[in-house]
Design a protein around this ligand. Structure first.
Ligand code: HMG
Ligand code: MG
Length: 298
C-alpha cells in the first residue's frame, strides 16, 4: 500500500534559486518562504552556507534566516558543506543542517572540491556539533541515478556513501537524481541501496525533472514506502556544477499527484500555485510546473 501521508521538503528557495544568475533580493526570498509556509509547507530548505565565490546567489544566507517570520511547526533547513559553513549557520538557528555528498567521485570534486572520503571527514565534525546542539542532520547523496561526468553510477556506490554518512551520525539521506536522468527502475534500485543502510522513514527522494521522469520516479518510491520528497515550487532550480540540469520536480505537480492518490500533504494547492506565480514573475520566467500553468489558465 502507498503511504497515507507524505512530507514534502520545499527546496525552491535554495536549490531553486541557487542557479539564478541575477541576484534575487533578500526581500523576495523572504516573501517566497513566507508564501510557501502559508501554503502549508512545513519543511523548507531556506538557504545554504557555502562559499559566496562559488554560489553568489546564497551570499545573503544569514539575512534570509534573519528575515523570515518563523513558525514553530516549520523546519528551516540549510545546506552546510564544512565547519566554516556550520559556524556561520549556527547563530541563524536552523532547524536542520544538510551535508551534501555524492555517489560520484568526479561530481564530488566539481561540486565541493574534494573526494568522497574527504567530504565525509569535513562532514563528521559538522554532524557531531549539530547533533550536540539538538539540530537535525540530513545528508544528500548527489548523482545517485547518474552523473554528468561519470555516467552510470552503480547502486553499490549509493550504499557505500549512505554507510559512510550513517557511520558519522547523519540521520536521514536524500537520494538525489541531480541531472534528472533516472527512470523508475533505476530510482527503485538507488533507493533500495540506501535502504540497505537506513530505515524507510529516513530516506527521501530528490528528483530533478530534466528528462520529465521525476513524477514517475516518485511513484516508484511511494510503492517502496518512501514518504518524504524534495520538490521545488514552479520547478525552479538546477545545480551550477551539473551543466544542463533543470529544476527539481515542481512542488505543484507533486501535490497534484498526491492529492489525486488521496495521500495527505497538508499543502493547499491554490496557495502554492500563487507562490509559484509570484516567484516566476519576479524571475521573469515561465512557470516550470504544468499543473500550475493548467490551474492558472482556468
Ligand atoms: P574549497 O575551496 O575546497 O574550500 O571549497 P576551502 O576550505 O579551501 O576554502 C576556500 C575559500 O572558501 C576560503 O576563502 C574559505 O574561507 C571559503 P578565501 O580564503 O579564498 O577568501 N569557504 C567558505 N566560505 C563561506 N562558507 C563556507 C566556506 N567554506 C570555505 N562554508 C566549498 C569548498 C564546499 C566551500 C566550495 O566548494 C563550495 O562552496 N561549493 C559550493 C557547493 C554548492 O553550493 N553546490 C550546490 C549545492 S549542492 C546541490 O545543489 C545538490 C543537491 O541539490 C542534491 C542534488 O540535486 O544532487 C543538494
Ligand atoms: Mg538538487
Amino acid at each position: 500500500a502507498l503511504p497515507s501521508k507524505v512530507r514534502i521538503v520545499e527546496v525552491g528557495p535554495r536549490d531553486g534559486l541557487q542557479n539564478e544568475k541575477n541576484f534575487v533580493s533578500t526581500a523576495v526570498k523572504v516573501e517566497l518562504i513566507g508564501r510557501l509556509q502559508e501554503a502549508g509547507l512545513r519543511h523548507i530548505e531556506t538557504t545554504s552556507f557555502v562559499s559566496p565565490k562559488w554560489v553568489p546567489q546564497m551570499a545573503d544566507n544569514a539575512a534570509v534566516m534573519a528575515g523570515i517570520v518563523r513558525r514553530d511547526d516549520v523546519v528551516y533547513s540549510v545546506l552546510v558543506p564544512n565547519m566554516k559553513g556550520y559556524e556561520a549557520a549556527l547563530p541563524t538557528k536552523p532547524g536542520e543542517v544538510e551535508v551534501f555528498g555524492s555517489a560520484s567521485e568526479a561530481f564530488s570534486q566539481k561540486n565541493i572540491n574534494c573526494s568522497i572520503a574527504e567530504s565525509i571527514e569535513r562532514f563528521a565534525p559538522v554532524v557531531e556539533a549539530a547533533l550536540a546542539a539538538g539540530i537535525r542532520v540530513r545528508g544528500a547523496i548527489s548523482c545517485a541515478l547518474g552523473c554528468p561526468y561519470e555516467g552510470e553510477i552503480a547502486a553499490e556506490k549509493v550504499t557505500y556513501v549512505a554507510r559512510l554518512m550513517k557511520d558519522i551520525g547523519v540521520q536521514h539521506v536524500g537520494i538525489a537524481d541531480t541531472i534528472g536522468v533516472g527512470t523508475p527502475r533505476k530510482a527503485r534500485k538507488a533507493l533500495e541501496a540506501a535502504l540497505a543502510v537506513y530505515d524507510i522513514g529516513d530516506v527521501s527522494g530528490h528528483f530533478h525533472d530534466t528528462y520529465g521522469q521525476a513524477l514517475a520516479n516518485i511513484y516508484a518510491a511511494l510503492e517502496l514506502g518512501i514518504s518524504q520528497f524534495d520538490a521545488s515550487v514552479a520547478g525552479l532550480g538546477g545545480c551550477p556544477y551539473a551543466k544542463g540540469a533543470t529544476g527539481n520536480v515542481a512542488t505543484e505537480n507533486v501535490v497534484y499527484l498526491l492529492d489525486g492518490l488521496g495521500i495527505e500533504t497538508g499543502v493547499d494547492l491554490d496557495a502554492l500555485v500563487d507562490a509559484g506565480a509570484f516567484i516566476s514573475r519576479h524571475l521573469g520566467r515561465t512557470n516550470g510546473s504544468n499543473v500550475a500553468n493548467a490551474i492558472l489558465a482556468k
